[in-house]
Design a protein. Structure first.
Length: 65
């Protein structure tokens, strides 16, 4: 039993680093996705002169409420 606890305590810092890396990757990915969506919306507005379809749908839904 003590051997298992010793092995786990040796691996704990490594596991914590892996978890931190995963969380950081998830946060960076989420920020990148949001930034990309905003960029696409701006490009859509410049190219077509209209609101992107996703924003038009949201505004229509808000009007129905």
């Amino acid at each position: 039993m003590e051997d298992k606890v010793a092995k786990l305590s040796e691996r704990a810092p490594e596991e914590a680093r892996k978890l931190i890396k995963r969380v950081a990757f998830a946060v960076i990915t989420a920020v990148a996705v949001l930034a990309t969506r905003k960029l696409i919306d701006k490009l859509w507005e410049r190219a077509t002169g209209e609101l992107p379809p996703t924003k038009v749908m949201r505004e229509d839904e808000a009007d129905n409420d």
